[in-house]
Each structure stands twice: as structure tokens, then as C-alpha cells.
Design a protein around this ligand. Structure first.
Ligand SMILES: Cc1cc2nc3c(=O)[nH]c(=O)nc-3n(C[C@H](O)[C@H](O)[C@H](O)COP(=O)(O)O)c2cc1C
Length: 155
């Protein structure tokens, strides 16, 4: 019986970022072999019920204009208060794809997740600069570690 859910919520507007989401899913599946439910969906289609039902979440966003993407901000705007009392302690991972920087996005998401009292269970991954195939490996590793931690009850 599948009892734990890992939710991957991403704003991935490009082929590279779509591939990163695919790699997170792939990594998560590779270590858990069907024992947990893994769902990947866009930030726009995710609502507070999806988050409340999840036992862990991975967030993925591009950095745009020094901040998280509008899609990810819209997600937080919609889920913040409905989740506030119901998701405290939620384990989360974060992946940022940034052309040059990523720190503005990291700071902003850190502030919001602190408000929500979510728990970072992986060091945030910032895939910065010119595209590198190694980003895919890093996303796979983050997905694998998060899913395995959830599966084994480490969080
Ligand atoms: C409107 C716009 C604003 C952007 N602003 C930033 C920024 O402030 N900092 C940054 O590191 N990258 C910025 N970027 C680059 C994006 O993060 C990058 O295009 C995105 O992560 C997709 O990467 P890809 O080319 O590998 O698909 C911006 C891109 C766009 C389209």
C-alpha cells in the first residue's frame, strides 16, 4: 500500500527546466521503487489540498528578475494561509535554475518557508550559469535523497 506522498511543484518554462523536473522524478522513483506516491505538477495547477496531503515537497523554480518565478509566487500566495496551520514541519527540498545568480530566489523562498514552518531537508540546489548536463545529475540526486528519506522515515 502506498502511504506516503512526495509532491514536486515546479515552474519550469523551458526545455532545460522541464528536464530538471523529469530528473527529480526519475531520481525519486529510482530509490523508492513504487513504495511512495510521487506526483509532479506545475505551480499553477497546485492548490493547498495537494500540499496538505503531501508528506514531503520539492519546489522547483527559475529565478526571474532577482526573485522566484511569478508562477511560484502565485502558488505561495494561494496556499500560504490555507496551509499555515496544517503543514507545519513539512519536509521540503528546493531547486533553483538561475541564469546568473539565484540568491534572491533562495532568500525569498527561505523567508516564506520559515513563515510556514516547513523544514529544509536538503541543502537548496542552485543550478547557476550556462546550462550544464551535470544539473540533471544534481536534480536526480536531490530527488533520490528526498524520496528515500521520506520512504525510510528519516524526516
Ligand atoms: C524575464 C527573465 C528574467 C530573468 N532574471 C534572472 C535573474 O534575475 N537572475 C538569474 O540568475 N537569471 C535570470 N533569468 C534567467 C533564467 O533564470 C533562465 O532563463 C531560466 O532559468 C531558464 O534557464 P534555461 O536557459 O537553462 O532554460 C531571467 C530570465 C528571464 C526570461
Amino acid at each position: 500500500m502506498v502511504s506516503k506522498r512526495l509532491l514536486i511543484v515546479a515552474h519550469a518554462p523551458s526545455e532545460n527546466t522541464q528536464d530538471m523536473v523529469g530528473a527529480i522524478v526519475q531520481g525519486a522513483q529510482s530509490t523508492t521503487n513504487g513504495r511512495i506516491e510521487i506526483t509532479a505538477q506545475t505551480a499553477f495547477e497546485t492548490n493547498s489540498d495537494h500540499v496538505i496531503k503531501a508528506q514531503a515537497i520539492i519546489l522547483g523554480t527559475t529565478e526571474n528578475l532577482g526573485y522566484m518565478s511569478g508562477g511560484m509566487k502565485d502558488f505561495f500566495d494561494r496556499i500560504y494561509y490555507p496551509c499555515l496551520e496544517k503543514t507545519q514541519g513539512l519536509p521540503y527540498g528546493l531547486v533553483i535554475r538561475a541564469g546568473q545568480d539565484g540568491t534572491g530566489t533562495l532568500r525569498a523562498i527561505d523567508k516564506i518557508t520559515t513563515g510556514l514552518r516547513w523544514r529544509a531537508v536538503q541543502k537548496a540546489l542552485i543550478c547557476r550559469g550556462k546550462w550544464r548536463p551535470n544539473f540533471i545529475t544534481q536534480c536526480e540526486e536531490l530527488g533520490a535523497a528526498t524520496a528515500l528519506g521520506l520512504d525510510l522515515g528519516v524526516f
